[in-house]
Design a protein around this ligand. Structure first.
Ligand SMILES: Nc1ncnc2c1ncn2[C@@H]1O[C@H](COP(=O)(O)OP(=O)(O)OP(=O)(O)O)[C@@H](O)[C@H]1O
Ligand SMILES: [Mg+2]
Length: 461
C-alpha cells in the first residue's frame, strides 16, 4: 500500500488527514513543519506528500523545490485556503500533482490521493519493466555499468521494440555485433532469422548475387535460382557489418531496398517485397566518408535514423573490473577451471592499458590467462606479455638530465612519431597513444601538426 506523508503546522489538520487516509488503508506519517517533512521524505521515500502551503518556517512552495529528485519523486498534493488558488496554480507549475482547498472535504481528499497513488504505482511499474529489460540484455552478456555504456544502451532499449534502421558505430572489438544481436533477439522479430554479412569480406563481384540472389541464366555459371540474403532475412534482421566498405554501386542498390522495401534478383523481372530490419555497423566515421565522397550521403541519412555509438573501452574503464569478472567466469566454465580472480598488480596493469582492440582484446587476454595459469588467480606474469605496455617498448628509456627536460617537447615528439606510424591518420595515431580522439586533436592543433583528416570541429556533433 502507498506510503503518505502529511505536512501541516496545525495538528488538527494532520489528525484529520491521518484518520481519513489510514481508514482508506494507507500508511500515513505526519510532520509539523516542512523541515521535518523533508527529513521524513528522505527517510521513507513516500509515494504521496500532502503539504500545507503556508507554514511557519519553510513554506510548502519551498518544500516543492527542495524535494530531492534522485529517487522517484513523490506526487505532491498542496493544501490551500480558499482564495489563494493562484498559489496552488503556481505550485502545479512547479510540479505539484494536484491541490486541495480548505476546508478539506473527505471525498475530495480520498479521490485526489487515490489518483496520486495510482500514478505513482504506474511510474514504479514502468521503472520495474525498464530494469527488467536491462537485466535481460545483461543476461545475453552485455556487461557495462559505465555512464558511457549506459547512454548507448538507453538508445538500444528504445529502438529494440521497433523496426527502425539502426547504425552502430564503434571501434573494432567494442561489441557492435553483440548489440545488433541483442536488438534482434529482444525485438518482436526474434522468431525470424538474424543474418550478419560482412560487406568488407565478400568479393565485390559477388556482393550483389549474395544480397539479391539470381535467376538461372543471369550470368555464365548461374545454372539455378539462388535466393539472396535480403529475401532469406524476410521477417528478420539483417546486419550489414563494415558498411563503410561497401562498394559505391552496392551503396546505390541498398539505398533502393531501404526506400522501396523490395528486391529484384539478378536477371529477374519481378520485384519481391521484403520485410527486413536493417542494422548497419561500422568502425569508420561514416560522416567523414561522406565528406570524402566515398560514402553516399543519402544512404548515410537513411541508415543513421538512429545511431548507437559504442564507446571504446579506454573511455569506459569503469567497466573493466566487471568485464574481467565476466570473462573469468565464462572461461572457467569453458575450460573447467576454478580461477578465483585476479591479482591487484594484474588488474592495475589492465586498467592502465589503452586496449586498442577493445573488449575483444580484453576477452582474449583473459581467455589465455585462464587457460594457461597454474594458480587460482590471474597474475601480472600471466598477462604482461599480452599488454604491449609502453615500458616494454623502451620508449620511456630516457634519462632525465640535470637541467630537466621540456615535457611539451617530449609530448610533441611522441605525437609526431605516432602520426608517422599511423600514416598521418589522426584517429589511428590517437589509438596508438591510447588517447581519445578529441584529446589527440586538441594536441595536434596545439602543436600545429597536420593530419590527413579534417578537424573534427567541422563535424556537427
Ligand atoms: N559489453 C560487453 N560485454 C561482454 N562481452 C562483450 C561486450 N562487448 C563485446 N563483448 C565481446 O567482445 C567480442 C567482440 O565483440 P563484437 O564481435 O560484437 O565486436 P565488434 O564491434 O563487432 O568488432 P569488429 O568491429 O572487430 O567486428 C565478442 O566476443 C563479444 O561477445
Ligand atoms: Mg563485428
Amino acid at each position: 500500500m502507498s506510503v503518505i506523508i502529511v505536512i501541516d503546522d496545525e495538528h488538527r489538520q494532520r489528525d484529520i488527514l491521518q484518520t481519513i487516509l489510514e481508514g482508506e488503508g494507507y500508511e500515513v506519517h505526519t510532520a509539523p513543519s516542512a523541515e521535518d517533512g523533508i527529513k521524513l521524505i528522505k527517510a521513507l521515500n513516500p509515494d504521496v506528500v500532502i503539504t500545507d502551503l503556508k507554514m511557519g518556517g519553510m513554506s510548502g512552495m519551498q518544500l516543492l523545490d527542495t524535494i530531492p529528485d534522485d529517487l522517484i519523486k513523490p506526487a505532491v498534493i498542496i493544501m490551500t485556503a480558499y482564495g489563494t488558488i493562484s498559489s496552488a496554480v503556481e505550485a502545479m507549475k512547479k510540479g505539484a500533482f494536484d491541490y486541495l482547498t480548505k476546508p478539506l472535504e473527505k471525498d475530495a481528499i480520498v479521490l485526489t490521493v487515490k489518483k496520486a497513488s495510482e500514478r505513482m504505482e504506474l511510474l514504479k511499474e514502468n521503472i520495474r519493466l525498464q530494469d527488467a529489460l536491462f537485466e535481460k540484455f545483461k543476461i545475453e552478456g552485455i556487461v557495462g555499468e559505465s555512464k558511457n555504456m549506459k547512454a548507448a544502451m538507453e538508445v538500444v532499449r528504445k529502438v529494440t521494440p521497433t523496426s527502425v534502421t539502426v547504425l552502430i558505430q564503434g571501434e573494432s572489438g567494442t561489441g557492435k555485433e553483440l548489440i545488433a544481436r541483442a536488438i534482434h533477439y529482444n525485438s518482436p522479430r526474434r522468431t525470424g532469422p538474424f543474418t550478419a554479412i560482412n560487406c568488407a569480406a565478400i568479393p565485390e563481384n559477388l556482393i550483389e548475387s549474395e544480397l539479391f540472389g539470381y535467376e538461372p541464366g543471369a550470368f555464365t555459371g548461374a545454372t539455378h535460382r539462388k535466393i539472396g540474403i535480403f529475401e532469406s532475412s524476410d521477417k528478420g534482421t539483417l546486419l550489414l557489418d563494415e558498411i563503410g566498405d561497401l562498394p559505391s554501386l552496392m551503396q546505390t542498390k541498398i539505398l533502393r531496398v531501404l526506400q522501396d522495401k523490395e528486391v529484384r534478383r539478378v536477371g529477374g523481372k519481378d520485384n519481391i517485397k521484403v520485410d527486413v530490419r536493417i542494422i548497419a555497423a561500422t568502425n569508420k566515421d561514416l560522416e567523414k566518408e561522406v565528406i570524402k565522397g566515398t560514402f553516399r550521403e543519402d544512404l548515410y541519412y537513411r541508415l543513421k535514423v538512429v545511431t548507437v555509438n559504442i564507446p571504446p573501452l579506454r573511455d569506459r574503464k569503469e567497466d573493466i573490473p566487471s568485464l574481467v569478472r565476466f570473462f573469468i567466469d565464462k572461461y572457467n566454465n569453458e575450460f573447467g577451471k576454478r580461477m578465483k580472480g585476479i591479482s591487484d598488480s594484474a588488474i592495475k596493469a589492465i586498467m592502465d592499458y589503452h586496449w586498442p582492440g577493445n573488449i575483444r582484446q580484453l576477452e582474449s587476454v583473459i581467455e589465455r590467462a585462464v587457460l594457461m595459469s597454474d594458480t587460482d588467480i590471474i597474475n601480472l606474469d600471466d598477462i604482461k606479455g599480452e599488454l604491449r605496455l609502453p615500458t616494454d617498448k623502451g620508449i620511456l628509456d630516457i634519462e632525465i638530465p640535470e637541467e630537466g627536460i621540456n615535457f611539451e617537447e617530449l609530448e610533441k615528439e611522441l605525437i609526431k612519431k605516432a602520426m608517422t606510424r599511423a600514416n598521418n591518420v589522426a584517429a589511428k595515431a590517437a589509438r596508438l597513444l591510447g588517447m581519445s580522439y578529441k584529446t589527440f586533436w586538441y594536441r595536434l592543433e596545439k602543436f600545429n601538426i597536420s593530419s590527413k583528416e579534417d578537424m573534427p570541429s567541422q563535424k556537427k556533433n
